[in-house]
Design a protein around this ligand. Structure first.
Ligand code: PLP
Length: 425
């Protein structure tokens, strides 16, 4: 089909994320992507500032990841995981157990981050059911979070930005606290500490788990908060017999400067969700890990974990994920993330004085410019594409999370494009 005709078809028939079927925002046609560049159908090459939503940490069209997919493709693209198993799943589970906090020893594979959160919630609720404490079935979380778009995950997303009003009648009601004000580089304030202590003291008897994105809240508002808060929550959970679920779907695999954001707080969660960068952005795969206490608890008296997706542990995805983790471990991601952090501090930090800017935050390989008003997404995106960069803002947030292989010059193009974008507001 000719390009304009296929774009027209796309506009009339295909939903993109959070869009209207009658008044969609423009979508740019991609011809291919390689390294840190996305090539559009008209031949323009855009420097990728998004890693396709935290995923493409090694860049696109990576020779080794391609090879891992190809080799596995020649063996098996997929077999059911009920009653069968395979080396890609076994080797990936081994890698994940190896690189995550020590206590996490049991892996459940699923196909997307949202589903891995559903599974985490099921694990927590089934655990307390098996312990004869069925009254412990609620969750506690903080505002400004994002855990996915399925119903269980949505029920713990920020109640204002997270669609609660629209689905109020069918969503389970959980407990929300103000998000911690203490910033990532600050100690925990008394106010933040008291709020969590009071809430857990009051509700622990009905709580299955606390669920948090450790240190970095992503799509719920790109907020970075004190690691001491995470540490205090973990302490209280242990004391009061509440499980802790760490949603590391966005923060996992080095983005914050540690392999997992829990490490900033020296915390071992009972359950951890992984996704996004797990396959280096090649395909959809997620994992929920848990410790022996929870796994044995669920399995007591003949109990089974009640989940089993059709494409569970897809061999292609597992083989690529395993290779992606190997690449990460063999590569200089730690120093690169450190370099990105300094460069983003310097170059985005310069926009703090800009009239349109309310706040600039940088942590690890994540840079955020928050504006006073929500930005016109389509207009700003056009400005960025004209400057040969791919940056997709949402609400009042313009942010960068580049692939780890990016050079300093390309990163400088991204930050200067943000400056140009700010000038149009
Ligand atoms: C993206 C994200 C999810 C949902 O993952 P999907 O693969 O989009 O379902 C859950 N939690 C966090 C922290 C995320 O960033």
């Amino acid at each position: 089909m000719e390009l304009n005709a296929s774009l027209d078809f796309d506009r009339r028939h295909i939903w993109h994320p959070y869009t209207s079927m009658t008044d969609p925002l423009p979508a740019y046609p991609v011809e291919s992507a390689s390294g840190v560049r996305i090539r559009l159908a008209d031949g323009r090459e855009l420097i990728d500032g998004m890693s396709s939503w935290w995923c493409a940490i090694h860049g696109y069209n990576h020779r080794e990841l391609n090879k891992a997919a190809r080799v596995q493709l020649e063996r098996t693209a997929h077999v059911m995981f009920g009653g069968l198993t395979h080396e890609p799943a076994i080797e990936l589970a081994r890698s994940l157990i190896d690189i995550t906090p020590d206590g996490l020893q049991h892996v459940f594979f699923s196909d997307s981050g949202s589903v891995s959160v559903e599974v985490a919630i099921k694990m927590a609720i089934q655990y307390w059911g098996a312990m004869d404490r069925p009254e412990k079935h609620r969750l506690l979380t903080i505002r400004g979070g994002y855990h996915g778009d399925t119903f269980g995950a949505m029920s713990v997303c920020d109640p204002v930005t997270g669609m609660h009003e629209r689905f109020r009648r069918v969503l389970p009601q959980h407990i929300f606290l103000e998000r911690p004000r203490s910033r990532v580089d600050e100690p925990l304030s008394t106010e933040d500490a008291e709020r969590i202590e009071t809430a857990l003291g009051k509700h622990h008897g009905e709580l299955a788990a606390v669920i948090l994105e450790p240190v970095v809240q992503g799509a719920g508002g790109m907020w970075f908060y004190s690691a001491e808060y995470v540490a205090r929550v973990a302490e209280l959970c242990a004391e009061l017999d509440v499980l802790l679920i760490a949603d590391e779907i966005a923060t996992g695999f080095g983005r914050t400067g540690r392999l997992f954001a829990c490490e900033h707080a020296n915390v071992e969660p009972d359950i951890m969700c992984l996704g996004k960068a797990l396959t280096g952005g090649y395909m959809s795969l997620a994992a929920t890990l848990t410790n022996t206490r929870v796994a044995r608890g669920i399995s007591a008296d003949g109990g089974v974990l009640m989940h089993g997706p059709t494409f569970m542990a897809n061999p292609l995805a597992c083989a690529v994920a395993r290779k992606s983790i190997d690449l990460l471990q063999a590569g200089p991601w730690r120093s690169r993330v450190g370099d990105f952090e300094s460069q983003l501090q310097r170059e985005l930090g310069a926009f703090r004085e800009h009239a349109a800017v309310r706040d600039v935050r940088v942590f690890g390989a994540i840079g955020v410019v928050q504006t006073h008003e929500p930005v016109p997404v389509a207009d700003l995106q056009r400005v960025f594409v004209e400057r040969d960069v791919w940056i997709r803002p949402f609400a009042d947030l313009i942010y960068l999370m580049p692939p780890y292989i990016m050079g300093a010059d390309d990163l400088a193009c991204l930050t200067s494009a943000i400056g140009a974008g700010l000038d149009t507001l």
